[in-house]
Ligand binder design. Structure first.
Ligand SMILES: Cc1cc2nc3c(=O)[nH]c(=O)nc-3n(C[C@H](O)[C@H](O)[C@H](O)COP(=O)(O)OP(=O)(O)OC[C@H]3O[C@@H](n4cnc5c(N)ncnc54)[C@H](O)[C@@H]3O)c2cc1C
Ligand SMILES: *[C@@H]1O[C@H](CO)[C@@H](O)[C@H](O)[C@H]1NC(C)=O
Ligand SMILES: *[C@@H]1O[C@H](CO)[C@@H](O)[C@H](O)[C@H]1NC(C)=O
Ligand SMILES: *[C@@H]1O[C@H](CO)[C@@H](O)[C@H](O)[C@H]1NC(C)=O
Ligand SMILES: *[C@@H]1O[C@H](CO)[C@@H](O)[C@H](O)[C@H]1NC(C)=O
Ligand SMILES: *[C@@H]1O[C@H](CO)[C@@H](O)[C@H](O)[C@H]1NC(C)=O
Ligand SMILES: *[C@@H]1O[C@H](CO)[C@@H](O)[C@H](O)[C@H]1NC(C)=O
Ligand SMILES: *[C@@H]1O[C@H](CO)[C@@H](O)[C@H](O)[C@H]1NC(C)=O
Length: 537
């Protein structure tokens, strides 16, 4: 009998998969204790990290921010490899919200005295949500409470305590109340992109207080987020990471008690992976790091799943997968075709402003017809650094999905029409009532090129990041992290679970889900689980 080294296959070369590979390799594989390989369905490493270039600037198609630098392992790596400085311009977002210009639909520039009280109210409510402020009221009755309804209750309470509705001078038909509401909605829209929840009424209130952020500044990575990925991969020997290896089927053995089956006198590995090219690889342990979107597709029995488990995932696992939320968030980059010149009253500085956009509510009759529906829930439109000619907006939910299928020309038209209604206020312009095309063109911002992400329809992702939806809870994130077959001391008298299928990835981390550091910690966790299994740490 040939004694084989245990074989560990990691599915996915994103942050979680490469962190696990890095850890396993540095402890075990270098001493030749086991075989490790990473199989990646795409033709590049990084997964939801994809640093790219646009208009001569370095941009991020996926992960963008380090959410708090103190204690962040990502920030630590970035420092070690000097990735926080660069000679090439990047998406540093230095023109921040503090110098934002807030404009209401129709071109009404809003003073801080109008915007700030609502911003303060919103931030205060979010502090409650995140548990920074604890009250008995918010601790108690929040069984099925959503973030959306909590926020709206807060806005109603605010109105209840302040002055009644009043007409505003010089703001077109905006009333004070409709303006308050629209500013509030703008902040809600930022929250939609931050959480990936298409609808905040579907975002669980209680779970949000478990979500942790690192303290300190938030920052982007000058040399690109991909430099972190490259650093993790750099210690791995050539061939360990295999690209273009999409797994279509994972066969496992729920009834198996032994880490290795003895069949016909030879060791046979309990898990079999089928690849899109028809090849099969057997393994002792598989770490699955595919997105929650891919897992959701795998449990739908419509046979469209790119990845199937056989036998199917047990119900406790499948139910957690279906309860948790996985939304679509996309970024849109637009290249201004000529140096933008500010016109009109708000000509304070050169360059395109950090624009916060306040739209009329969905039921308002004052909505300008030229603004397409998919633009109406963006919160900001701004250059990726002070002087950049590249503008960026974030989209969530339906709007993000719609963006994926639009043609570049449609996007350019929709965005420039929208900008016209905000920066160059003539009302007639927004309603399409202009005497000549020439006149209209004078007020157009022109774009030469756009670059958009398509995370929702890409079969290797099927969305952007996870959130705890109503009906779900932090327990589901923990359930997602549990290895299979499910361990219980009665079916495993040896008290050593076989660890056939392990799960890592952003959506398996109870407090850091949706982030790169969540993915990082999950990869470490599963590598450590295996090392402990073999008493290597
Ligand atoms: C637009 C956007 C903005 C973001 N912004 C931030 C941010 O600012 N800060 C932050 O911390 N996080 C951000 N995130 C989230 C962050 O990118 C992810 O949480 C993290 O990168 C996920 O890593 P992962 O390893 O869990 O999954 P992934 O990166 O998805 O890795 C999984 C890998 O599995 C591969 N795969 C899928 N199916 C198969 C298959 N059948 N066979 C083989 N391989 C397969 C995929 O190709 C992929 O490479 C953002 C994400 C997006 C999309
Ligand atoms: C990654 O970025 C490149 C552009 O540099 C793009 O062509 C590719 O589609 C992107 N992949 C994903 C998954 O976003
Ligand atoms: C939450 O909603 C579910 C289904 O909608 C319901 O069965 C349950 O009783 C609700 N729980 C609370 C605490 O309201
Ligand atoms: C959303 O994320 C950005 C960037 O991380 C952060 O600055 C902002 O405060 C967040 N907004 C909300 C409403 O959570
Ligand atoms: C073991 O032997 C049986 C009977 O000879 C055969 O059907 C089976 O395929 C063998 N299994 C393996 C894994 O070789
Ligand atoms: C961009 O502008 C802000 C505010 O004026 C300033 O703090 C920052 O240093 C500027 N960044 C660059 C790169 O000029
Ligand atoms: C920003 O733009 C101004 C005017 O267009 C220019 O003078 C200045 O050099 C630019 N600054 C940077 C950092 O590119
Ligand atoms: C269009 O503009 C003309 C001239 O200013 C005006 O008479 C007409 O009422 C406008 N039509 C609409 C639909 O606003």
């Amino acid at each position: 009998m040939v004694v084989k080294k245990p074989r560990i296959v990691i599915i996915g070369a994103g942050m979680a998969g490469l962190t696990a590979a890095n850890k396993l390799h540095s402890v075990g594989a270098s001493k030749e204790l086991f075989e490790v390989c990473v199989v990646e369905g795409g033709n590049r490493i990084g997964g939801r990290i994809n640093t790219s270039e646009f208009g001569g600037d370095r941009v991020e198609m996926g992960a963008t921010w380090i959410h708090g630098i103190r204690g962040s392992p990502i920030h630590k790596i970035a420092q070690q490899i000097h990735a926080l400085e660069s000679d090439q311009p990047w998406e540093c977002m230095d023109g921040n919200e503090n110098m934002a210009t807030t404009i209401a639909e129709g071109g009404f520039v809003l003073n801080p005295s109008v915007v700030d009280p609502i911003t303060k109210l919103f931030n205060n409510l979010m502090d409650h949500v995140q548990g920074k402020i604890l009250t008995t009221k918010t601790k108690g009755d929040c069984g099925n409470l959503s973030i959306g309804s909590f926020l709206r209750r807060g806005l109603d309470a605010y109105w209840g305590s302040t002055k009644a509705e009043e007409e505003l001078e010089g703001f077109g038909k905006w009333s004070s109340k409709s303006l308050d509401e629209a500013i509030f909605a703008m902040h809600e829209n930022t929250q939609r992109t931050n959480t990936s929840a298409a609808d905040l009424f579907n975002l669980d209130f209680s779970a949000e207080s478990e979500y942790q952020m690192f303290p300190g500044d938030e920052t982007t990575i000058a040399k690109g987020y991909l430099s972190i990925i490259e650093s993790l991969a750099s210690v791995l020997p050539p061939g360990l990471v295999q690209l273009g290896r999409k797994v279509t089927r994972i066969e496992w053995q729920p009834e198996s008690n032994e880490p290795m089956n003895m069949e016909n006198g030879t060791c046979s590995r309990p898990v079999k992976l089928h690849f899109c090219d028809g090849s099969i690889v057997s393994a002792d342990h598989v770490i699955v790091t595919v997105s929650l979107g891919v897992l959701k597709a795998s449990i739908r029995d419509d046979d469209s799943g790119m990845l199937m488990f056989h036998p199917p995932l047990p119900s406790f696992k499948a139910e957690a997968i279906s309860r948790l939320g996985f939304g679509v968030v996309n970024k849109l980059f637009m290249q201004l075709s000529s140096p933008h010149e500010r016109r009109g009253e708000h000509e304070q500085s050169k360059g395109f402003p950090f624009l916060q956009m306040v739209f009329h509510s969905p039921h308002s009759e004052l909505r300008h017809k030229k603004i397409p529906w998919w633009m109406r829930r963006i919160a900001t439109l701004s250059p990726i650094y002070n002087n950049s000619s590249v503008l960026l907006s974030w989209f969530a939910g339906e709007e993000a999905l719609a963006l994926e299928s639009l043609k570049d020309e449609e996007i350019i038209k929709g965005v420039s029409d929208t900008i016209s209604c905000f920066l160059f206020h003539p009302l007639e312009l927004c309603n399409g009532n202009v005497s000549s095309e020439k006149h209209s063109n004078e007020y157009k911002v022109k774009f030469s090129e756009v670059l958009k992400t398509q995370w929702g329809t890409d079969p290797l992702f099927l969305g952007s990041y996870s959130h705890v939806a109503i009906g779900s809870s932090g327990d589901d994130l923990d359930t997602l992290a549990e290895p299979l077959p499910k361990f219980s001391s009665s079916n495993y008298p040896s008290a050593s679970p076989p660890l056939q299928i392990l799960f890592a990835g952003e959506a398996t981390h109870r407090t850091y889900y949706s982030t790169t550091h969540g993915a990082y910690f999950s990869g470490l966790r599963e590598a450590t689980r295996l090392l402990q299994h073999y008493s290597l740490c």
